[in-house]
Write a protein that binds this ligand. Structure first.
Ligand SMILES: Nc1ncnc2c1ncn2[C@@H]1O[C@H](COP(=O)(O)OP(=O)(O)OP(=O)(O)O)[C@@H](O)[C@H]1O
Ligand SMILES: [Mg+2]
Length: 272
């Protein structure tokens, strides 16, 4: 009752402010930022799962608010949320279910699922219930689901979380060689692994407290600091509060025209 009666009085938290990012076709963009920076919120807006309170965003040219359906047809969303699968259904049944939700005819659904099971190397375990799968297999299932509608742009929210180093490397190779190299997809990926961002991403954006603090290729960002700086130095420079207070008069490092492009995306969340 308190939530209903006082819905207008809840505290408002600005989760994203003035976010401007452009991702080119066939590029891998890495989104870095500390916990609570707003990475998942930004990805959810771009995937049309939540609405921004201000600003515009386009996926494959489609406005995520006004042309949500078209944007959804162009994108795949890969998250580590295992609860979004049906644990008692097999891997194959899960994928057939999610492929059906994309409105594909049943004959195409079956063929598509077999093709994708092959791609993620899960064909020989496809009839086991999802609950039997290891974390790495569940993650591959999430990727398989994200590929079902053959999207142009793939959004991945911390896809290597809970993977062992070998499985994480396999996934990085898979993204680089298969998803980007062979299929020519555009990838928007959030990660906490700086070495992963360095190996995988053409460009990275550093998000902190809802604002983009820096963006550019890993090399450009490192060169923006003193010689011999690592991506870790870049990350702590742009996200460390002490550093930001000392250098608050300095404009954050940004490349291209992004800084002049208005207010960008914003998101205000109402507290629980
Ligand atoms: N459903 C929600 N309702 C209200 N506030 C939320 C909700 N989800 C997230 N937030 C808040 O929005 C802010 C950004 O959260 P978000 O999940 O986008 O961060 P993140 O960068 O993905 O963090 P992490 O690295 O921990 O995944 C946080 O302060 C969080 O508490
Ligand atoms: Mg997150």
């Amino acid at each position: 009752m308190d939530v209903i009666r006082n819905s207008g009085k809840r505290d408002v938290l600005t989760t994203l402010e003035g976010v401007n990012i452009k991702v080119r076709k066939g590029e891998v963009l890495g989104l870095l930022g500390p916990n609570g920076a707003g990475k998942s919120t930004l990805i959810k807006i771009l995937c049309t799962l939540i609405l921004p309170t201000e600003g515009n965003a386009y996926v494959n040219g489609y406005d995520v608010v006004k042309e949500g359906q078209k944007a959804r047809e162009s994108l795949g969303f890969i998250t580590t949320d295992e609860r979004s699968f049906y644990w008692r259904l097999s891997g194959r049944e899960n994928l057939q279910f999610f492929a059906t939700l994309h409105n594909l005819p049943q004959t195409i659904v079956k063929a598509k699922v077999e093709e994708i099971l092959d791609v993620v190397h899960l064909k020989n375990r496809a009839d086991e219930p999802f609950l039997n799968y290891s974390a790495g297999m569940k993650q591959r299932m999430a990727i398989a689901r994200g590929l079902l509608n053959d999207p142009t742009v793939l959004f991945m929210d911390e896809p290597t979380r809970s993977l062992d180093p070998g499985a994480a490397k396999n996934l990085r190779d898979f993204i680089k060689e298969h998803i980007v190299g062979e299929r020519g997809k555009t990838v928007f990926i959030s990660t906490h692994q700086l070495d992963e961002a360095e190996q995988l991403c053409d460009r990275v954006a550093i998000l902190d407290e809802g604002r983009i603090k820096a963006q550019g290729s890993p090399t450009e960002l490192k060169e923006s600091l003193s010689e011999g700086s690592t991506l870790c130095d870049v990350f702590s420079s742009y996200t460390d509060k002490a550093f930001l207070e000392e250098s608050s008069s300095q404009a954050p490092f940004m490349l291209g025209r992004e800084r002049r492009q208005g207010r960008g995306l914003g998101m205000k969340r109402k507290g629980y």
